[in-house]
Design a protein around this ligand. Structure first.
Ligand code: SAM
Length: 240
């Protein structure tokens, strides 16, 4: 998979790309990420990418010209062109899986008051938000997209850390995790996890995933893929 990030702060994104899971995915050739400096598509010697808003008011607006030239230069014919924006549909696990299915993503990072509206009309396939709050720029949002999408690519997350049980994957939260020591400050690891009984461990994890969802995010249950056994466990957890 190829991801291109268009930004006026390449250095902000580049340090992120060298580390951790994303860095390893890139080093292993499972993901290619190119950081594109929007300013290199400006046409004046000051490399200007913003201007005052029509209609007056405070703040600056990102000019259409550099964005149109950048997108037409870097986006392949089948690329999905995504503008990070607080006005977009909110990113969730379903969207992440969908984005991971594109061969090429172009992530466009706005700044200032945002991007000239005509850019959206001319070269954007979709707007994407990472939540109902306003960031200073799209770079952090682009990094969220790169990290979540890269976890979906085959071979990026090791088998032992399978993404299948991760929160939201089945519409449920993940079950609780424990590691050594067995006891800390009077708190013991649940006995069943020490039993070596794989079926009992699986049953415990299933119940605890349902319990965590019921306690922390009951809103998820309505859209979760539940079978009869899940419904029976939930009824018991609710004391029905
Ligand atoms: N005036 C804009 C508005 O209220 O809709 C906000 C502009 S914001 C200060 C500058 C840039 O940050 C945006 O163009 C966008 O690229 C990015 N951004 C801000 N909040 C975001 C969010 N929740 N999700 C994704 N990108 C965001």
């Amino acid at each position: 998979m190829q991801i291109k990030i268009v930004t006026i702060f390449p250095e902000l994104v580049e340090s992120f790309l060298g580390a951790s899971l994303v860095g390893k995915a890139i080093a292993a050739g499972k993901l290619a990420v190119e950081v594109v400096d929007l300013r290199s598509f400006a046409r004046d010697r000051h490399r200007t990418v913003d201007d005052v808003p029509y209609g007056g008011g405070g703040g600056m607006v990102m000019k259409a010209g550099p964005w149109l030239r950048a997108l037409r230069s870097v986006a392949g014919p089948d690329a999905r062109r995504v503008l990070l924006s607080p006005q977009g549909a909110r990113l969730d696990e379903r969207k992440v899986v969908e984005l991971a299915g594109w061969g090429e993503l172009v992530l466009m990072c706005g700044r200032y008051e945002g991007v000239d509206e005509r850019v959206r009309d001319l070269v954007v396939d979709e707007e994407l938000s990472i939540g109902d709050y306003v960031l200073a720029g799209g770079e952090v949002a682009a990094m969220v997209v790169v990290e979540t999408v890269s976890r979906q690519l085959p071979g990026v997350v090791g088998l032992g850390d399978s993404v299948e049980n991760d929160s939201f994957r089945r519409g449920l939260l993940d079950y609780p995790h424990f590691t050594r020591p067995r006891e800390i400050e009077g708190r013991e690891v649940p006995e069943v996890l020490l039993s070596g009984d794989h079926a009992a461990v699986a049953a415990w994890r299933r119940r605890e995933a349902l319990r965590a969802t019921l306690e922390k995010r009951p809103d998820l249950l309505a859209g979760a893929a539940l079978d009869d056994e899940d419904r029976r466990i939930l009824a018991a957890l609710r004391g029905e």
